[in-house]
Design a protein around this ligand. Structure first.
Ligand code: MRU
Length: 353
């Protein structure tokens, strides 16, 4: 992976760029202090960028993987025109192994596999690049639609709470939860955002706050443990979050701490919304107990911004997602519309529509 500076003014919607025949990923580990890109030339670079959190957020991971397959196809076809398919299969397995929870990764790889199966003769790279670019563009369009559906649920004017980062940076552009917030703010329904800082990677403090400040949307950061008390103060209409995987029964995996937020919201009578494209719904996972939850290194908890913060000798438990039961969710919003009080029957009907 090569770190490069691009001579452009960067917004949250520029997290994934195809330029100069290479994939450029805004290095989200460095934001908001530095705006640099990682250049990926093959699937190995791309898988490592996903694993190392250069790019993160479920839809963004899926789109990146599709570009990774296009890079693999270009490289393998050039080096071994007779055997490129087997080698691309190995590259796709590497991409699939980069992170386990966000189902958008596996969804995008499946779309690529189907496209590869349909290819006949000729250079396979142009159609695979076109597919990645189409998935990227479609995601942006879906997020705008989701923004409209989600914002319409908010009576307002009110303040909202969000967790982690489900914005332009986490998607192909505009964002899922932050897409609803952007649209809701533009319509005068949302006046103020309280964002959890989201330890240990600080996606809320570093990324969500960066996006909202760029958009001139008033944002106040909170320690993760403050959200329940903030709801108790009043004036919060909704909690709005994204998701990494939604099970067939409506249970939602999202950044660790989301379940606690949903439980606190129910206690305080605050509504709870999940905004995610239908590619985040996994009909093959019956319920939340079946969702694979990624556990990352203890070091991420024992240190902050690269500096040790814990007593020497302490261990750490670092699951990076949790599962919010469907019964705590007032609405799941997708590009197709709203699923109120989700359950297995409503999810199946929504997907079949
Ligand atoms: O570990 P991350 O930063 O990839 O986790 C991201 C989240 O949990 C987001 O809330 C989720 O992917 C939705 S992004 C539109």
């Amino acid at each position: 992976m090569q770190s490069v500076q691009l001579d452009i003014s960067i917004t949250a919607d520029d997290a994934i760029l195809w330029r100069d025949n290479a994939l450029h990923l805004l290095d989200q580990r460095l934001l908001p202090n530095e705006e640099r890109f990682i250049r990926c030339l093959d699937a190995v670079d791309t898988a490592e960028a996903i694993r190392a959190m250069v790019v993160r957020g479920a839809p963004a991971i899926g789109i990146t993987a599709a570009y990774g397959v296009a890079l693999a196809v270009r490289q393998r076809h050039a080096l071994a025109p007779e055997h490129w398919r087997e080698r691309v299969e190995r590259d796709m397995a590497l991409l699939a192994g980069s992170r386990p929870t966000a189902v958008n990764l596996f969804w995008a790889l499946e779309r690529c596999r189907r496209a590869l199966d349909r290819l006949e003769g000729g250079d396979p790279f142009p159609p695979m690049l076109t597919l990645a670019q189409q998935l990227h563009k479609d995601d942006r369009t879906m997020n705008r639609r989701m923004g409209e559906f989600g914002a319409a649920l908010i009576e307002g004017p009110t303040a909202v709470i969000t967790h982690c980062n489900a914005g332009g940076l986490a998607t192909g552009g505009h964002g899922t939860a932050l897409g609803v917030i952007r649209t809701g703010h533009a319509q005068g329904r949302i006046t103020q955002v309280f964002a959890d800082e989201t330890r240990p990677w600080l996606q809320g403090a570093r990324l969500t706050a960066w996006e909202l400040v760029q958009e001139d949307i008033p944002v106040q950061l909170m320690a993760d443990g403050a959200a329940c008390a903030r709801m108790g103060e009043g004036g919060i209409g909704w909690v709005i979050v994204g998701s990494d995987r939604i099970a067939a029964n409506g249970d939602v995996a999202n950044k660790i701490g989301t379940f606690a937020l949903a439980a606190a919201a129910r206690y305080h009578g605050v509504k709870f919304m999940v905004a995610a494209p239908t590619s985040t719904i996994d009909p093959d996972t019956a319920d939340g107990a079946d969702i694979p939850i990624e556990t990352r290194a203890e070091e991420e908890i024992l240190s902050c911004a690269g500096r040790p913060v814990a007593a020497a000798g302490a261990g750490a438990w670092n699951p990076v997602f949790d599962v919010t039961p469907a019964e705590l969710i007032d609405a799941i919003v997708t590009e197709k519309g709203v699923i109120p009080n989700p359950d297995a029957e409503k999810i199946a009907a929504h997907l079949a529509d």
